[in-house]
Design a protein around this ligand. Sequence first.
Ligand SMILES: [Fe+2]
Length: 438
Amino acid sequence: MMSVVFWLVLVAVEGTATVDYAWTEMGHNQQIVRVITRDKSCPDINIDGLIQPMKPRSDSPPPNFDIQVCECELPAGAQKVSVGDKTLPVVGKKPKRIAIIGDTGCRILNVPGYEILQNCNGAAGYGTPWPFPAIADAVAAGNPDLIIHLGDYHYRGFPCPQGNKGCAGPAGNNWPAWEADFFAPARNLLPKAPWVFVRGNHESCQRAWLGWFYLLAPGPLSTDPWQPEQCQLVSEPYAVSFDNLKLLVQDSANVPYEPGENGKTAALVAKYAETYNQLNAMASADSDNWFLSHEPIWGIQSATTAKGLLLLQLQLTLQAALKKAQGGAFSPHIGLLLSGHAHLFESFTFRDGRPPMMVVGNSGTKLSPAITPQALAQFKMLEALGVAPDDFTSEDRFGYAFADETPAGRRITLHHLDGTVSRRFLVTDKKLVPQPAK
Ligand SMILES: [Fe+2]
């Protein structure tokens, strides 16, 4: 009995807790360490030798999240950070190698007449295995200094049909589904480098917002945060600043496809216009500036319908909002737009002064159909987007990207699942200039 009491006291004094996952993420010019534990108490964090308790992210977790998220904001200049035996990465002033992924979860859509059941478990006979676990490991092996996830983490919205060994497992707005879709496959990647998490439409107020705000959103929570009316439609925009690069992050999770005429969408357009004003004002004249938003303001969505391949222009509400912003355009300091959402790789260079646009939405979830030259011509898509045919590329293969600093500018390399390089671009002077892939 004595030894049990002594052990309990020791645990309380040392502030240990079983840490299942630990990572560093970027908020508005701040670094935050988060951990997930199944214990009631939060562990201590060691920041450059100073030991302090981490704080619970909220008084209680959302329903069906039988875990605790603990967090601690790092002071500027923190060098050595650990929680228990886990060392946490801290960001440098000039990240040289930035990994870019998007749309990673395993799709379980089980609606009569519209079924998409990915092979989450890699079971034989259930089609191409969901590739995010392999992609996460490949990105970790590439030793990034920073990792950008462009949104859409949670795809297990519906229960897998009974007897399907490919998608059998957790589903719904709960911790086991989040763990299976993101945390478990990213186990090796999570502690590799600090993350910038962009919110996707799968994390909207209609879908997986509880997990988004509890686990990944960088901002503070409101009191009583799990009441549905507390879900923020548009979170505060923020900047992540380095000496050589500024990332400007917009939340487009709840954006409707078209602006529409009713008061609700008009209010949303005004809100997004405000975020463009805020983020344009944060763009720095002294560094590169990249604008991150899950939904591409200029992009192409492809879908298979009964009538064949359909192409849709993205994103009409955001376009309307940018027109309403001051100057009706991105700041001239912004040199690249990064998005996901379309489950492909896409790149666009515009010849009218708009920043070039890259879509990396091919890092795990079921791919969209390939954009064919015939469909581009049929839907006059490049004309609608104001892009010359030579200035557009797309790929319908799984992959991820690395953006490396070079003397000539950032070089973005697109990798396939097996690591082979499929494309390279130099980001310079408002263009994505193709480079030899070898
Ligand atoms: Fe999306």
